[in-house]
Write a protein that binds this ligand. Structure first.
Ligand code: ADP
Ligand code: MG
Length: 326
């Protein structure tokens, strides 16, 4: 800013740094949400090199909701899910799932959390099922470990779960005798066997072809609808937003945009699906500009902002907004 004389005209303008926001103050937990992450940070230090896998990620999933998380490889999706599953502890921020504070839980609580509160489906089909057990035996195993359901009710529960996931025909087959889609649907049955409050799936369709992926995503949606289990599914499949009402995009360890899908009636009364993308603004007002916007205007280091009655304008620092722009 060289011309101080005209500065007053731009009283509403602010210059913000694009590269780094002000450090957020540690957050106080607010109620609501079956999954609630605020300013979640996970730093990995290997050989003296620090990787910030999560850089202040904020995300809320309401009870009974199904939400998809998409993002490029390395954006922090698995790190997030590993934390939510209780297998890893974040470096900072807060994460509360089904009333359990994941940062402060002790060993016994962690074991209970992993056994009863969350169910998990991994990408590798082989990691979800024991190869020497049949589908029915795989589903029965978590019931036996938990021991909450009376023994005589377990067989019925196994049958119901396999039927819900439409793999009843594969009950007596071992994983090696099932298709990839059947294995993942059986894995979902295993994950929800003990009626968890939250179901987490990390790229459950990663090893499957397109048609089978759709089948597994629809199975997750069916389970969410039938049981009301809060579901978070990570996928690199961009078409996932066609299957769920809410898709969250992660970029560089932060939620950047959300796509909401809703059904509308057009003039002729026919149903049509509308998907709309929104940028996510966090508690302290930070947002990420889409990469193509940044490139199109060569936005770098700092930009000018102007508050208007109904919107906020963003300009390259070198360019002053004209009356017409505003
Ligand atoms: N255990 C680990 N040690 C060191 N770096 C890790 C570890 N896990 C993940 N990372 C790094 O954190 C970043 C996010 O990884 P990840 O959560 O696996 O991303 P995604 O699942 O979106 O592909 C990557 O840069 C990755 O290399
Ligand atoms: Mg991953």
């Amino acid at each position: 800013m060289t011309d101080a004389g005209t500065e007053e005209e731009y009283a509403m303008s602010t210059t913000i740094e694009l590269t780094d926001g002000a450090a957020a103050t540690p957050s106080r937990l607010v109620g609501g949400g079956e999954i609630r992450c605020v300013d979640l940070v996970r730093i990995f230090a290997t050989d003296g090199v620090e990787v910030q896998a999560l850089q202040g990620l904020t995300l809320t999933v309401e009870p009974g909701e199904i939400v998809a998380v998409v993002g490029a490889s390395g954006s922090g999706k698995s790190t997030l899910l590993t934390i939510l599953s209780g297998l890893d502890t974040p470096t900072g921020g807060s994460a509360v799932v089904a009333g359990t504070d994941l940062l402060t839980m002790g060993h016994a609580e962690r074991v209970r959390y992993q056994r009863a509160t969350v169910g998990f489906v991994w990408q590798q089909t082989s990691r979800n099922l024991l190869p020497y057990l049949t589908a029915a035996e795989n589903v029965r195993l978590p019931l036996e470990l938990a021991g909450t359901l009376p023994r005589r009710e377990r067989a019925r529960r196994v049958t119901d779960l396999l039927d819900l996931l439409e793999v009843g025909h594969a009950a007596d087959r071992r994983p090696g005798e099932m298709s990839g889609g059947e294995q993942q649907r059986t894995a979902i049955a295993v994950a929800i066997a003990n009626d968890p409050r939250v179901l987490l799936a990390d790229e459950p369709t990663g090893e499957l072809d397109e048609a089978t992926s759709v089948e597994v995503l629809e199975a997750l949606r069916g389970v969410n609808r039938e049981t009301g289990v809060t579901t978070l599914v990570v996928t690199h499949d961009p078409t996932v937003s066609e299957h769920v009402a809410r898709t969250i995009q992660i970029r560089d360890g932060r939620t950047s945009t959300e796509t909401l899908r809703r059904t509308e009636l057009d003039e002729d009364g026919a149903e049509r699906h509308v998907a709309e993308e929104f940028a996510v603004v966090d508690r302290v007002g930070r947002l990420q500009l889409p990469q193509d916007f940044v490139q199109a205007l060569d936005l770098r280091d700092r930009v000018r902002l102007a508050l208007e009655p109904d919107h906020v304008g963003v300009w390259p620092a070198a360019q002053r907004p004209t009356e017409e722009d505003r």
